[in-house]
Design a protein around this ligand. Structure first.
Ligand SMILES: Nc1ncnc2c1ncn2[C@@H]1O[C@H](COP(=O)(O)OP(=O)(O)O)[C@@H](O)[C@H]1O
Ligand SMILES: [Mg+2]
Length: 240
């Protein structure tokens, strides 16, 4: 990182940290100063905000740790055969708890398909993409997760949601550090803009990739990962 990038990084991080901290301090000060005047509902509302903003700080710090780890992650990646269906089920069951109004639908082309990946990092990729689909979708809408096999021996996992969508001009931008698209919805839901940057880098380290396509309110992210099908891999080597 050169000086200019480093300065930008520090100023972005400071801003990202200051916003939730200012809000936590403000609401705690208000509660301490006016405890006797506040009714229970207000107290509860303020504590809820303090909790949300603390979660936001924890997410931010975890994401920043992931970013710094990316620089050295090649060595920490352990490629194994990871069955896709159980990984999707685990991730979806966690996200479902937080986004109760969405309906999650998993459609497997092959129940036993597996990718060649680091299990934790593969789940981190799925979590980021599926969580975004829930976060940036219309309330009560369907999130459809489908798998398919590509001719070049990869497994493609597509995650589709209806919602505000992404302009084609922003397709590249969303994968860069701290980038969020300015629209009323993004302003309403919190995030650090690090998720897709981390996701893309992790996928590429495992010889995979992430692509996006958004048209007529339907947004589809596709995760492409090498298939762990040993037999097919062997055959493709033989026929080269
Ligand atoms: N499924 C989606 N639909 C619409 N916009 C999306 C979707 N996924 C990501 N985005 C946009 O891309 C931005 C970057 O995503 P991400 O890196 O995960 O950061 P964060 O979710 O923390 O804002 C989001 O802020 C949002 O504007
Ligand atoms: Mg995100």
């Amino acid at each position: 990182m050169d000086d200019k990038n480093y300065e930008d990084f520090i100023s972005t991080v400071s801003h990202e940290l200051r916003t939730p901290l200012t809000s936590i301090r403000g609401f705690s000060q208000t509660m301490l100063a006016s405890w006797d005047k506040l009714d229970d509902d207000s107290k509860k509302k303020f504590l809820k905000i303090i909790e949300e903003q603390s979660n936001r700080l924890i997410n931010l710090v975890e994401n920043m740790l992931s970013v710094t780890k990316l620089q050295t992650a090649k060595n920490n990646i352990i490629l194994k055969e990871v069955p896709v269906k159980p990984a999707l089920q685990t991730v979806v069951s966690i996200i479902k708890n937080q986004y109760r109004s969405n309906n999650f639908d998993i459609q497997m082309h092959d129940n036993s398909c597996a990718v060649l990946a680091d299990k934790d990092k593969f789940q981190q990729i799925l979590t980021n993409i599926i969580e975004n689909a829930a976060k940036y979708s219309d309330d009560n809408s369907d999130i459809t997760i489908k798998t398919r096999f590509s001719p070049d021996n990869n497994i493609i996992i597509s995650v589709a949601n209806t919602g505000i969508g992404i302009d084609e001009k922003d397709y590249e931008k969303i994968f860069t550090k701290f980038s969020r698209i300015d629209n009323p919805l993004t302003r309403k839901v919190q995030g650090s803009g690090l998720g897709l940057y981390i996701t893309k880098n992790l996928a590429e380290k495992m010889d995979g990739k992430i692509t996006v396509n958004s048209k007529n309110h339907l947004t589809v992210f596709e995760i492409t990962m090498p298939s762990a099908d040993i037999e097919k891999q062997a055959r493709s080597v033989c026929s080269r």
